[in-house]
Design a protein around this ligand. Sequence first.
Ligand SMILES: [Zn+2]
Length: 341
Amino acid sequence: MVEQERNSSGNNEEPEASRLGMESVGDILRRVQRNRGGKFSGQTSPAQPSQETRAEECECDTCHEKFPGEVTTYYFTSPPAYAYGTGWREDFLSREVRSKECPKCRHAREEEDRRQEEEENEVHRVVIRAKWRKVCGLPSGLKCTRFDDFEPAYYRSPLKLCRDYAKNFNVGTPQGTPSLLMYSSEPGVGKTTLMVCIANYIIENWRGDPHDTTCPIRFESGPGLVRRIRATYNLGPDRDRHEREEDVYAELRGVKLLMLDDVGKEQPQSYRFTQEVYWYIIDERVKAGLPVVVSSKLEMTGPGSLEELMTVDAVDRLFGMCRGQRVNLGGTSYRKRKLIP
Ligand SMILES: [Zn+2]
């Protein structure tokens, strides 16, 4: 509206004024208002933008090539802070900002920034991986701890299956990953070795956010875990210093990959107790949608089977989590083949 009024009066006045080399009324008003330090708002003076951007040829600070850039002019309605004490002059009323980096140099700089950031991240990851290997509970003393150390002539298919499992396990999105059940009736056929290889592969190939340092894997021996939980039931007078049942479960809860080795190797004092423990663990994993890798020499059903150890329901759910797949490791002991005592 103001614009229209100004224009309607300007239509009569301004051509005459400029012909005589005079300032138009609009210009005078704007200058006066500016010198008063008055505020231009879009409403009272639409002809005076607070900033204005135009395309113009600019020079790159880095390669000194000319390139089509942007020039933005900022108009101040009162002098900017740095103008105080300098004797405020008209030239403080506007400020020009020009593009200083050509697209090629910007792209190269951004690439370099990314590369440096990734390099720093990788340095952090090396430290984190070493920490994870230490805290995740891997058994020590194994000769073979990487898939590449494994003698591939034997168990070719389980080895590939386990390697693929580790390859497909995504630490960032573990929910929905199938579980894995490894079976062999004989001891020493490499179940533990394969599990350790899976854990090491996942840790070593992790390329995630180095600020998220929670260890994604928990490796437990089945019998050790049952013993630990049983120990929480027999607390003496120093019970405050002792680990509680809830502490043990809290450690397993939410871990992205839970690995339970040698499940059923224990001679259960009471099946009721192991059933409670395993049912609870499996149930928690199912509810969280998180996988578990289990190794056992027990058959699924029958006397002294996984069903007896864990309950029929827990085994059903575990088998479901494995999508009906069980890795069979048979034949000659891997320890014997590798001459590992
Ligand atoms: Zn450049």
